[in-house]
Design a protein around this ligand. Structure first.
Ligand SMILES: *Cc1c(COP(=O)(O)O)cnc(C)c1O
Length: 220
């Protein structure tokens, strides 16, 4: 199967309201161009430098999503062009994104990353941390960021039940946030969950944005 065929096949299986992020990390520009030529305009990368290099070389109507962990000191390299940052999990990082967005005269869309998996990881907020962040005065003063939703990754497991439980939980948090959000820098529309191995389940559980890499571009 070619990249084009993989892409068109996956797109044909997605409901209309679900956005496909083609995760192109580690793949060379010609591979991305094959997807671009087949109509894909949203690409996901997990390293800021690699994303910036590809942004420079590729057509300017591409929407670049940062899906990986973001180091505060590197935000400035993507602030001029990034379209959505998925992995935001601290007020400190949001504050830096806001600062760099202001410098570039932009409002940068962000998703808050939630920790839903069983695995121990440093990344992602729990429910209480999410509530505290959104309630803080500092957050309300950030005018150059907009929180457009939540992102999460399920446990790496064969247990469909476990994954489903985690996705359903994230969807519940998402729905609650959508119905209660009042701050002017919140506009909750997007639930980013699901990768090559679990995106169908994620969509059943309410995902509006799937991040798919290896099923389009092959293994890494
Ligand atoms: C790499 C990556 C993906 C894509 O994973 P595949 O299994 O190749 O589809 C999705 N989300 C994040 C955060 C990633 O780092």
């Amino acid at each position: 199967m070619s990249i084009k065929n993989n892409l068109l096949h996956i797109k044909s299986t997605l409901p209309e309201n679900v956005i496909l992020v083609a995760v192109s990390k580690t793949k060379p520009v010609p591979d991305l161009m094959e997807a671009y030529d087949a109509g894909q305009r949203v690409f996901g990368e997990n390293k800021i430098q690699e994303m910036a290099d590809k942004w420079e070389q590729m057509p300017k109507d591409i929407q670049w999503h940062m899906i990986g962990h973001v180091q505060t000191n590197k935000v400035k390299f993507m602030a001029p062009f990034v379209s959505l940052i998925h992995g935001v999990d601290s007020l400190k990082l949001l504050t830096e994104i806001n600062k760099q967005a202001l410098k570039n005269n932009r409002v940068i869309d962000c998703l808050l990353q939630m920790h839903i998996a069983e695995e121990e990881t440093k990344f992602g907020l729990d429910d209480q941390e999410l509530t505290a962040l959104l309630a803080s005065n500092e957050f309300h003063e950030l005018k150059n960021i907009r929180i457009t939703g939540l992102m999460g990754m399920a446990t790496f497991t064969d247990s469909q039940n476990q994954i489903k439980k985690e996705f359903m939980h994230l969807n519940a948090v998402f729905k609650k946030l959508r119905s209660t959000s009042t701050s002017s820098n919140l506009d909750i529309t997007t639930l980013s969950m699901g990768m090559s191995g679990d995106y169908q389940l994620a969509i059943e559980c309410g995902s509006t944005m799937v991040r798919i890499g290896s099923s389009i571009f092959g293994g890494r």
